[in-house]
Write a protein that binds this ligand. Sequence first.
Ligand code: C2E
Ligand code: CA
Ligand code: CA
Length: 547
Amino acid sequence: MAICFPNKPGSAIDTSLKALKQILGDAGKSTLVLALVLVALSVLAAWQLSRQLALQVESAHVLGYARDVLRRNEQTSEQVTGGIKLLLKEAVPDPCSASSIDLMKQIDLASSNLQAIGRVVGNRLVCSSLGRHTPGLDLGPPDFITALGYQIRQHVVFPFAPGQSLAVVEWQGYAAILHKDLPVDVALAEADGLLGVFTGAERRLLMSRGALPERWAQHLREGWETVVVADGHLIAVLRSRTWSSGSMAALPVSYLDRRTRAFAWILLPAGLVTGVALALVALLLARRQRSLVTVMRSALRRQEFFLVYQPIVELETGKWVGAEALLRWRRSSGEMVPPDVFIQLAENNGLIGQVTEYVLQRVAREAGALLRSDAGFHLALNLSAFDMHSGRIVGLLDGLAAELQIEPNQLVLEVTERGFLQADLARAVVQTLRARGFQIAIDDFGTGYSSLSYLETFSVDSLKIDKSFIDKIGTESAASGVVSHIIGMAKSLRLAMVAEGVETQAQADYLRASGVQFAQGWLYSKPLPLDALKAGLLKAAASVDPV
Ligand code: C2E
Ligand code: CA
Ligand code: CA
């Protein structure tokens, strides 16, 4: 039986479904993919965080066990070595004399971890805190001898403790008898936890609780402690700072997994919510961008865009020798949209070709008289990377020069370094345009991607030095050297230079002294409406050529 939720038109569910459909319906494929990636990444991040937290908690837990074991083992070592040292200090001719055995008894009583302490001759225990053992209790050969000379026997059965396997640690003719499992006899909450003690230098397993492989001790290469995940276990390995020994504790990795899942129950929903929120933001931003694109398209149709013209000045004479056409967008509400914003929007959404055509149409309509009145005056137009790769631009510019009734060399086409990225396509366009007589300038020079190598493969007419470099003139900043470098290079390539964004007389003086021919910037004039540009030109002509 299917379970159905009522979904009446106009209900809350219906409204939210509609809203969601609208968002999703409007979203491009790449935005949807981005949204899904955001959700997936957030969930993944939440899972990883859960794992990390679980690892922290369980590592502390297993380290705690290993520390307990180490502490108990250190205490045992202290009692073994301390006891034997006391007996050695006595150094009586007969180590099994009544007084020596008394001392052994005292040591035994005072040491909580020792079962007995005694004298060994050959492989026999001849006397101990339990009395004389005539003719001596056979201990058998040691299982191994540590680097410090301790002879270890791990399984010895004594007549005084039948059925019990005890450990014997022999050093300098004396031996301590211990319960094998004493150091690993700590309280473990997990039945399948593993514990062990190993010797310091050789990393030999001295005792263990559970089947703990000796090789795990090798996980500690340097330092005093480590926790690793290996062989299906979370393993802590510690080394003693005072004794030549170490300890291990291990828990099956399933405990770590269980703890990870416990954290994930809390963190995954939070990750999912964050991911969905981010995805919705991405979808909404994409939708807003698309609606702005729609607005921009109709603004182009409604002629909300217009041109302003910023004079380009000859530094030597101060004469206005040309102007750059810059596009402006005033929305019907009166709000101005900055060019950086709408040009980027047009470039990202396939509208930039239309923008360029719009600019050319405007220029054709309004700038003819100005350009025809002075054949030495040039107009600079900004072309986009798209224009340089489309090939359509050549025909459009031919049409523009014809309509304006001017020689193509009165038009300077500013292209940023991005316009040269697809070198083969761009080279063909540049060559064709220059063959027609149009001039080509590299815009925003120095900020782009390419080194200077492409300059040699493209023949262009001039460089526009980016404002960011002009700003550095006169400052101590390291980049100030870049300006003189760029100028030097342009000179060696015999390219004309236009400095962009000149705001101070000091910058102008520096540029003129360095041999830069042209400048543009607020020092001379802000971008002007065409009539203001014409008026400025007339005023300048009147003052230069008195009648
Ligand atoms: P751009 O081609 O580097 O244009 C120079 C920018 O510097 C212009 O900004 C201009 O107004 C500004 N500027 C000039 N002198 C000064 C100064 O002394 N101080 C300061 N602070 N700024 C100065 P705008 O007009 O905002 O244009 C920004 C960018 O938009 C342009 O940079 C260009 O990349 C793009 N753009 C403008 N119009 C068009 C166009 O018609 N087509 C294309 N494709 N891009 C355009
Ligand atoms: Ca420009
Ligand atoms: Ca610039």
